[in-house]
Design a protein around this ligand. Structure first.
Ligand SMILES: Nc1ncnc2c1ncn2[C@@H]1O[C@H](COP(=O)(O)OP(=O)(O)OP(=O)(O)O)[C@@H](O)[C@H]1O
Ligand SMILES: [Mg+2]
Length: 270
């Protein structure tokens, strides 16, 4: 068996936004082809920033993000061959669909990437139709993306990335805002994509679905460091790390006349 291809090699990555906000503080990890990685962390810990770095939309302030051996710098991404190859191999579903969708209709939106890939119009049409049907949004084809509901927008954003059929999928909280049926559809689709050999890097707050969508978790701390890089099956039982990351909290409860504390996942409403 050949060794797995090293796709991402992040070394001591620090990112500070122009206004001085620190988003990532010296994090290092590697991702191999076919990996399924979840990115966890509280609001503001740096998940979206990390995914933007992995998509080459941001460049580290310090340190390096390499993709298949090449640093993801603006200069390298402007190189026609590397840039084009990278954009074909990596697809990104934004956390904020409004930042991703810019075409006048859903159809145009989903057709955009396959057209960029230079596919003949007939194939573009077939691919768009297949993808819209897959997501059950063919009826939205002529609608304007910015006029859709939040969940509909998210489905269109997912359709856009699926229509380009990339080898690496970066998804920033794709589950958030989807109804239960679409959540199971997405979880199932991610499984199929994984079985097909795709590399999945998905940020989420959903600890329940975590074991279904990832094998490994990168946990960011509130201080923007990498708190843990561990197998998903260890994450849920590692309450110490989860509390440290702020993903579980202690909560006082009154049951009858006794008061005691429990650990809770933040996603629970109580
Ligand atoms: N465009 C920006 N300009 C300045 N600071 C930013 C910008 N985007 C994010 N930040 C800051 O960088 C830090 C990390 O933000 P990021 O969006 O990566 O967090 P996150 O983990 O994705 O949070 P959430 O769970 O809310 O999506 C936060 O402190 C945030 O305020
Ligand atoms: Mg985010």
């Amino acid at each position: 068996m050949s060794a797995k291809e090293l796709l991402y090699d992040c070394q001591d990555v620090r990112f500070v936004y122009p206004d001085g906000a620190l988003a990532l503080d010296g994090i290092s990890f590697q991702i191999w082809r076919g990996d399924r990685v979840a990115v966890l962390g509280v609001n503001g810990s740096g998940k979206s920033t990390l995914l933007r770095l992995l998509d080459g939309l941001l460049e580290p302030t310090q340190g390096e993000v390499r993709f298949a051996g090449t640093p993801l710098t603006e200069r390298n991404l402007q190189h026609p061959q590397f840039g084009r190859n990278f954009r074909q191999r990596v697809g990104f579903v934004f956390q904020d669909a409004d930042a991703q969708l810019f075409n006048p209709t859903v159809w145009e939106e989903v057709a955009f990437a396959p057209r960029q890939l230079g596919l003949p119009e007939e194939q573009v049409r077939a691919r768009v139709m297949d993808t819209l049907n897959l997501l059950g949004i063919a009826h939205l084809a002529e609608r304007a993306p910015f006029r859709l509901s939040g969940g509909e927008k998210r489905k269109v954003a997912i359709a856009c990335v699926l229509s380009m059929n990339p080898e690496v999928l970066l998804m920033d909280e794709p589950i958030a805002g989807l109804d239960p049926r679409m959540q199971s559809w997405l979880v199932n689709t991610l499984k199929l994509l994984h079985d097909a050999g795709k590399t999945l890097i998905v940020s989420t707050h959903n600890l329940h679905l975590l074991p279904e969508i990832a094998d490994r978790a990168l946990i960011l701390s509130e201080e923007h460091t990498l708190l843990a890089d561990m197998p998903v099956e260890q994450v849920l039982s590692d309450t110490h790390t989860l509390v440290q990351a702020g993903l579980l909290h202690e909560h006082l409860h009154a049951h009858g006349d006794t008061v005691h504390s429990h650990l809770h996942a933040h996603e629970h409403h109580h």
